[in-house]
Structures are given as structure tokens and as C-alpha cells.
Write a protein that binds this ligand. Structure first.
Ligand SMILES: *Cc1c(COP(=O)(O)O)cnc(C)c1O
Length: 376
């Protein structure tokens, strides 16, 4: 097969031809032409969350996790104390990296199939005044659950605590408005809902917070305050930038704006998600989450109870038909995940469901129905 497979994953994801073609040039990292691309990308990322008056965008080389780690180490003082409400794998990752950065981290366990409870976050913050910051995962990509960013931000503002948001899998698709939502740092990356290629993250930081962050980070390469200062002074990245990734992101943002920005992106993903869930339901598959708490980003499905099902064989059979699925991330239940994001639409989702149906026939799976014990 010489055609690229369609990636039904939460990044890297399927990109448009225009975005791929943008990577066919070489750029000098010191050159004014490339500095203009960086400045344009930073400004347009800030526009997406309406942060021009109050915030700044600091990009960072690496995958998204590098930027989460950098945001925690830059924003949280070394004697800070971070609360991480935990309803999934990316929450656990954020708590672990906070600890590894030498900051105190406390976890607030939450049910995996429900949004984080803002009331429980408030209770915990009231009970422990040593907690200086909350780290919230906006869309927990481990399951696909949509966490209540507005409510948690309101609690943090009211109680005077900092807020760091991992908006990796929601930025650009779910609405985020820095004019009405108070956060210190909000982290995302090139290769998710903006439909660029992977290789850089970026952090939207409240300027009055960032100004006070000098010396917090114990890392040379991942200090966002230093990266910001250097970039403001020189227009350049401190260390070798991922030039092709930055240029591709610029091209992807141009297409994002042409499509109609955040509302259009959300509408397309919601349509992808509905097409997927309806098509899979007709085959007997059941999502792990209730529709009301499902973000239209990635859907976790229960594995079929049929004895002929085996994820590795199922994955290979669907791949042979042109689509890449994603494994499940739950420890106690057998599941698999299907992404709704990327430069794809309703037709690709219909074709993906047809590929699943065909793979089932080949494997002798009569139905996608899960075991009765997990049915909602
Ligand atoms: C993708 C993602 C990340 C970053 O993962 P990387 O593999 O480092 O790119 C972090 N948080 C969430 C919620 C994500 O979806």
C-alpha cells in the first residue's frame, strides 16, 4: 500500500497535503525569515485563546510531555505543592513528573469514567493551605473524558491558587478563553488538534506570573522563563529549533483559520465522533464513557466479549484496510481507543467503521458487544 494509512490516534495524526508540503524547505535558525515564522506562530496561538492582552506563548522543542514538565518546573516554585486530580493515565503522568521535578505532589483520586469533581478539588484546597497549584488535564486522553476546566479554574481563582492546564488534546478544538478563564500556564503541542506534525510543544503563560518565574526551573534546556526572555530579545529559539515542525504548524494554523477556527474544528470533530460511535454501535460496540462526559477527541470502546477477538489480530486486520487504531489505557478493563482528530472527516470515519466490520468478518467476530458485566 503506497497510500498513507489514516491515523485514528491522538497524535501523531493524519495531516493535510498542504501541511506536509510545507516541510519541503530548509530554514536557517538565525535567519530573519524563520524568526518571522516563529513570531507568527506564537501570535496566532495566542489569538486562539484570546490571550493577547494578558498572556504570552513560549514554544519548546520536544513532544508534549516536555512542555508539561517545563511548565511545572518553570511556574511552580521549588517549595511549591501541586494537587493533581487523577482520573486517568495523563493525570498520573503529570503527578509523576511533578514529583521528579522535586516539587511536592498530591494526588486526588477520581473515578476513571467521570469528570474531575470541582467540588472535591475545592474541599481539598480548603483543607490544605500548603497546596500552591493545581494541575488539571482538560481532556484526559487515556479515556477521552472531558474535565470541567471552567469550574476548576473558578475554584483556583477564588481560593488564590495557581492553575496549570494540560490542554494537549483539547487546544484548538474545545473552547478556551483566557479573558474569562484564569490560568497560569496552559500547555499544548503541534501534533494534536491543530493538525501539525509532532515535535514541539508550547505553553500559554500569564505574563504577570511568568515575570516572577526566574530561577524556578532546575533545568537548563526546559526553563520557559529563559526561553521566553531569549526569544523576546532575539526573536530566536535558545537552542536548535525544530524548523520544519514550526513551519508546518504555521501552515496548519493557516488552514485552521480558513476552516473557521475553533468552532469549525469542534464541529468537525463532534461529527467525526458521532459518525464513529453510531457506526460502531451498529456493530455492537459500546463506548466506555457516557455520551455526556465524552469529549469528541478520542473514544474508548470496550473489547468485544466474542472469544474470536484479540486486539493484536484486530489491529492488524484493520491496519491492512488502511486505518490505525490505538490500544486501550485502562488497567482493569480490556478496551481499545479510536481517535476522532486529524485532517479527516465523516467519510473517513464511515470507511473506518466499514474496515472494522470487514476485519470482524475475517476474524469470525459475530458482534462487538462487550461482556454483560461491563455493559452500562
Ligand atoms: C498527547 C498528550 C500529552 C503529551 O504526550 P506526548 O507523547 O509527550 O506528546 C500530554 N497530555 C495529554 C492529555 C495528551 O493527550
Amino acid at each position: 500500500m503506497d497510500r498513507d494509512r489514516t491515523l485514528l490516534t491522538p497524535g501523531p495524526l493524519t495531516t493535510s497535503l498542504r501541511t506536509k508540503l510545507a516541510m519541503l524547505r530548509d530554514w536557517g535558525s538565525w535567519d530573519a525569515d524563520f524568526n518571522a515564522v516563529t513570531a507568527g506562530v506564537r501570535a496566532r496561538l495566542l489569538d486562539i485563546v484570546h490571550g493577547q492582552a494578558t498572556h504570552t506563548v513560549v514554544p519548546l522543542q520536544g513532544s508534549g510531555t516536555f512542555s508539561v514538565e517545563a511548565a511545572v518546573a518553570t511556574v511552580v516554585p521549588r517549595d511549591g505543592h501541586v494537587l493533581v486530580p487523577d482520573n486517568g493515565a495523563y493525570c498520573k503522568r503529570a503527578a509523576r513528573l511533578t514529583q521528579l521535578m522535586g516539587r511536592r505532589a498530591s494526588v486526588l483520586p477520581q473515578a476513571e469514567d467521570a469528570p474531575v469533581s470541582a467540588a472535591q478539588v475545592e474541599e481539598r484546597l480548603r483543607a490544605d493551605v500548603s497546596i500552591s497549584h493545581v494541575v488539571l488535564i482538560h481532556c484526559e486522553t487515556g479515556t477521552g473524558v472531558h474535565n470541567p476546566l471552567e469550574q476548576v479554574a473558578e475554584v483556583c481563582q477564588r481560593l488564590g491558587r495557581g492553575l496549570i492546564v494540560d490542554a494537549m488534546s483539547s487546544f484548538g478544538a474545545l473552547p478556551i478563553d483566557a479573558r474569562s478563564l484564569r490560568f497560569d500556564a496552559l500547555v499544548a503541542a503541534s501534533g494534536k488538534c491543530l493538525e501539525g506534525v509532532p515535535g514541539m510543544g508550547f505553553v500559554v503563560l500569564r505574563r504577570e506570573v511568568l515575570e516572577r518565574c526566574a530561577g524556578h526551573s532546575q533545568s537548563l534546556a526546559m526553563d520557559l522563563h529563559e526561553q521566553w526572555q531569549y526569544m523576546e530579545k532575539t526573536g530566536q529559539w535558545r537552542f536548535t529549533p525544530p524548523t520544519h515542525v514550526v513551519v508546518a504548524l504555521g501552515e496548519a494554523i493557516t488552514q485552521y483559520v480558513e476552516e473557521g477556527g475553533q468552532p469549525a474544528r469542534l464541529a468537525r470533530y463532534a461529527d467525526n465522533c458521532a459518525t464513529l460511535v453510531d457506526g460502531m454501535a451498529a456493530l455492537g460496540f459500546q463506548p466506555f464513557l457516557a455520551p455526556a462526559v465524552q469529549a469528541p477527541i478520542i473514544v474508548t470502546f470496550h473489547a468485544p466479549a466474542d472469544l474470536a477477538y484479540d486486539f493484536a489480530r484486530f489491529y492488524a486486520a484493520v491496519k491492512a484496510r488502511g486505518f490505525l487504531l490505538y490500544p486501550g489505557k485502562l488497567t482493569t478493563l480490556e478496551t481499545f481507543r479510536v481517535g476522532c482528530i486529524g485532517a479527516i472527516g465523516r467519510n473517513q470515519m464511515r470507511e473506518a467503521v466499514a474496515a472494522v466490520a470487514d476485519a470482524m468478518r475475517e476474524m469470525g467476530i459475530a458482534s462487538g458487544k462487550p461482556a454483560a458485566s461491563v455493559a452500562r
